[in-house]
Design a protein around this ligand. Structure first.
Ligand SMILES: [Zn+2]
Length: 500
C-alpha cells in the first residue's frame, strides 16, 4: 500500500536540497517535518508524512515518532541516523538516561520501526501521575527571534521536555498548546506561529524566585537530556539522594530519612509551583507515605518518571557539577564495596555504641535508641542482626538491673528519677511494681509524701513571693500546685493559707 508513496518520495528527493529544509539547532523533528510540509506545498499533512516517513501519520507525532529508519533511508542520512534523531530531536533524549540500557534500546527499536504503540508503557510513563501527555510548548520571544532569523518559527526541543516551563534564553514562561488543540493524527501540521491565543494556556506570571527555580530545573533537564548513551542506575540515584540528604543533616544516624522534615522543606521549596502541569506530583508528598519523596528516597525501583527525579535533584542540589560529583562518588563506592559500602556510607558507626549502652550500661533498648537518635524498630532490627542481647521487658525482673530498680523502689525514689537512672520505660516500671504490691504500696506512700513536701515548699514560696495577692489569683500562676494541695493535703493548706 505504501510502495507508491515511497516511489514518489524517492523522486522528490532526487532533487535534494530543494525540498529538504535545513534541520536547525535545537529544533525538533516534528518542527522540521512541519516546515517541510509548508515548503512542499502539499495540501494534506499525510502526504508530507508519507513523503518523509513512508507513513501517513508517523511524522505527526510530536513526542515519539515512529518510522525513523525509513525516514533516514528516504533522506539518505542527510539529517542524521535514526538513533541521533531520536536522541537529539525527540523526547526520547529526555527519558533515555533514566531507562536502563535494555529499556532504552527497546524504545529506540520501536521508534526506528513502524509502531510506537508500546513506547509509553515501555518508558513506564503510563501509570505515572506525572502523565503521559506532553503538550507542545513555546516561548513567544523565541517565535519572534526565529521569524526574524529564519522567516519561520520552530518548535524548540528543550521547551518540549516535560520538566521545562521557562525559556532559558528569554527567561520567559512557556505557553502550552491546550489539550484539545494538540495535534493528533491531524490534518494540521502546526508551527508555533500558527497557534492562536485561545489555543494556548495562559502563562501565569511567576515570581523571580519561582523563575529562578524553573531555570535551575531547565538547566538540569538540559544536562540530563544530553547524556546520550549514559543510563542512571536507580539504586545509585537513591544513594546519591541519601548522601546529599546526609550532608544536609536530613538523615537519622542509621541512614534513614527524616521524612517529616524533608517533606516540609520540599513542599516549601515547591510552594506555588505545584499547579504547573507535571509538577502536581509535589502535592502527593503530603500523603502518609510522602508520595514521590518516599518512593525515590526509600524504595528501590528503576522506573520513576524523570520529572520526579529532576524535581528531587533540583531540590537537593545546587549545581549540576555538585550532583555529578555525588553520583560519581556513590558509583565508585559501589564499584569498590557494593551495597554494604553504600549503606555504611549513609549510615554511621553507631552500632557499637548501641551494643555498649545495652550490654554494658544495661540501658533498655528504647533508652539506648533514643540516646543514639534512631527509631526503636531500627534498634531492634540491628540487635537481632548483630546478636546484641538486649533486655526484653520480662527478662529485666531477675537481672542486676531488676535488682537495682527494686532497690530504688524501696528507697522511694521518684518515678522520674528511676526512669532516668535506669533508662527503662514507664510501662516496665509499672509492671515491675505490680509484681511486688507490698513494695509498691510502701513506695506510693513515700512518693506521696515526697510530692506533698515539694508542693508545700512550693506553696510557701509562692505566698511569700505574692504577698497580699488573693488565693484566686495565685491559682493562675503557672505551677502553683494549689489544686493538688486542695485535693490531697487540704488540712495543711487551710492552716497555711495567708490571712486576708
Ligand atoms: Zn525564548
Amino acid at each position: 500500500m505504501e510502495s507508491p508513496a515511497l516511489a514518489s518520495s524517492t523522486e522528490i528527493f532526487a532533487t535534494y536540497p530543494a525540498f529538504l529544509p535545513l534541520l536547525t539547532e535545537g529544533e525538533t523533528l516534528f518542527s522540521w517535518s512541519a516546515r517541510y510540509h509548508r515548503l512542499s506545498g502539499n495540501a494534506l499533512a499525510r502526504q508530507s508524512s508519507i513523503q518523509l516517513f513512508g507513513d501517513r501519520r508517523a511524522g505527526l507525532r510530536p513526542d515519539f515518532p515512529s518510522h525513523l529508519q525509513q525516514l533516514v533511508e528516504i533522506t539518505r542520512g542527510l539529517i542524521g541516523d535514526a538513533e541521533t534523531l531520536a536522541y537529539e530531536r525527540t523526547l526520547f533524549g529526555f527519558f533515555a538516561p533514566f531507562q536502563n540500557t535494555q529499556g532504552a534500546s527497546n524504545v529506540l527499536k520501536q521508534m526506528r520501526g513502524t509502531s510506537v504503540e508500546k513506547v509509553k508503557s515501555a518508558l513506564g510513563i503510563l501509570p505515572s501521575r506525572v502523565g503521559a501527555f506532553f503538550p507542545l510548548k513555546f516561548c513567544q520571544d523565541c517565535i519572534q527571534d526565529d521569524l526574524k532569523k529564519y522567516s519561520v518559527s520552530r518548535w524548540h526541543l528543550e521547551h518540549q521536555w516535560p520538566s521545562v516551563w521557562i525559556c532559558r534564553k528569554h527567561h520567559r514562561m512557556l505557553h502550552a498548546l491546550k489539550r484539545e488543540y494538540q495535534p493528533r493524527d491531524l490534518r494540521r501540521w502546526l508551527l508555533p506561529e500558527d497557534v492562536t491565543a485561545e489555543e494556548w494556556t495562559g502563562s501565569a506570571t511567576s515570581s523571580a524566585v519561582t523563575k529562578s527555580k524553573l531555570l535551575w530545573i531547565t538547566e538540569l533537564s538540559t544536562h540530563f537530556a544530553q547524556l546520550r548513551g549514559q543510563h542512571f542506575d536507580h539504586q545509585l540515584l537513591r544513594y546519591t539522594y541519601l548522601l546529599r540528604a546526609k550532608e544536609r543533616e536530613w538523615l537519622f544516624t542509621d541512614g534513614s530519612v527524616k521524612l517529616a522534615l524533608v517533606r516540609q522543606l520540599f513542599l516549601k521549596y515547591y510552594k506555588e509551583m505545584d499547579d504547573i502541569p507535571g509538577f502536581e506530583v509535589v502535592k502527593g508528598v503530603q500523603s502518609e507515605h510522602a508520595g514521590m519523596l518516599g518512593l525515590l528516597m526509600r524504595q528501590f525501583d528503576w522506573r520513576r518518571h524523570p520529572v520526579k527525579h529532576i524535581l528531587l535533584i533540583a531540590f537537593l542540589f545546587e549545581s549540576v557539577v555538585e550532583f555529578d560529583a555525588v553520583y560519581e562518588r556513590v558509583r565508585q563506592v559501589h564499584v569498590q564495596g557494593g551495597t554494604d559500602a553504600l549503606e555504611e556510607m549513609v549510615g554511621e558507626s553507631w552500632k557499637s555504641e548501641l551494643k555498649r549502652l545495652v550490654e554494658v550500661e544495661h540501658k533498655s533498648l528504647s533508652s539506648a535508641a533514643s540516646t543514639i537518635g534512631i527509631p526503636l524498630c531500627v534498634a531492634i532490627r540491628v540487635c537481632k542482626q548483630e546478636g546484641i542481647a538486649y533486655q526484653r521487658r520480662s527478662h529485666v525482673v531477675n537481672t542486676v538491673l531488676g535488682e537495682e530498680i527494686l532497690e530504688m523502689i524501696i528507697q522511694g525514689l521518684s518515678r522520674v528519677e528511676i526512669l532516668q537512672k535506669t533508662g527503662i520505660k514507664k510501662t516496665l516500671l509499672k509492671d515491675l511494681m505490680a509484681r511486688k504490691p507490698v513494695l509498691r504500696d510502701a513506695w506510693r506512700i513515700k512518693d506521696f509524701e515526697r510530692r506533698r513536701d515539694v508542693y508545700r515548699v512550693n506553696f510557701l514560696e509562692l505566698i511569700e513571693q505574692f504577698r497580699g495577692v488573693p488565693i484566686k489569683k495565685l491559682r493562675t500562676v503557672p505551677g502553683n500546685g494549689v489544686s493538688w494541695l486542695y485535693r490531697n493535703d487540704r488540712e495543711w493548706l487551710t492552716q497555711n493559707l495567708p490571712c486576708m
